[in-house]
Design a protein around this ligand. Sequence first.
Ligand code: 5RP
Length: 226
Amino acid sequence: MDPAEAAKVVAAQKSLEFVRDGMVVGLGSGSTATHFIKLLGEKVKAGLKIRSISSSRASEDLARSLSIPITDFRQSPVIDVAIDGADEIGPHLALVKGGGGALLREKIVASAAKRFIVVADSSKIVPRLGKFPLPVEVIPMAAPLVEKQILALGISSKVRQAKTGGEYITDEGNLILDCSCGEIADPEALAASIRAMVGVVEHGLFLNMAEMALVADGAEVKTVYK
Ligand code: 5RP
């Protein structure tokens, strides 16, 4: 396993300390969250009693395959703790997420969580957000209109393509615009501008949501607070 991947496992392992019997657990998406779900599956097999709500079909399928009990917001409107990865972790735990295309459900899960904990390897820590293209989920019909409005902010964007060819379609049937922002000087202002565009479903800026980040460098895990 390469060092970054091994660090993701270390961070995921550490996050298990925040999961207790009886909790509703939000399951993130992406490779670090996948490590967490697999480790959680081992705990469940050993007797841990939790229920889960997933932030993507892929994570839900994985949870089901590991016999992790699944619930939904009708039965369980509050998540006790949500564990998820991030593409960038900036100052004050401002995040860019959505590299895996699951930003909408990820934000729903994080917003319903009493505690939202980020797990990552140290490469995700950045002094300023924006090097990683900011994903924006849009209604397909509106994509050309939103692209133009984003360009008017001085930001070029591209419709994400699927690895298998054709446009990438999210779990909710939408498109993703990957926006080349460059350094984002004011994440709050950019989030508000993008949010105001008709046809935008959600963007990948997660601001004032994470309580802490467990960031692994080799075998060492640092806890980063706001
Ligand atoms: C998926 C996400 C992931 O959390 C993000 O892309 C980080 O992924 P990884 O843990 O594979 O580096 O936002 O939409």
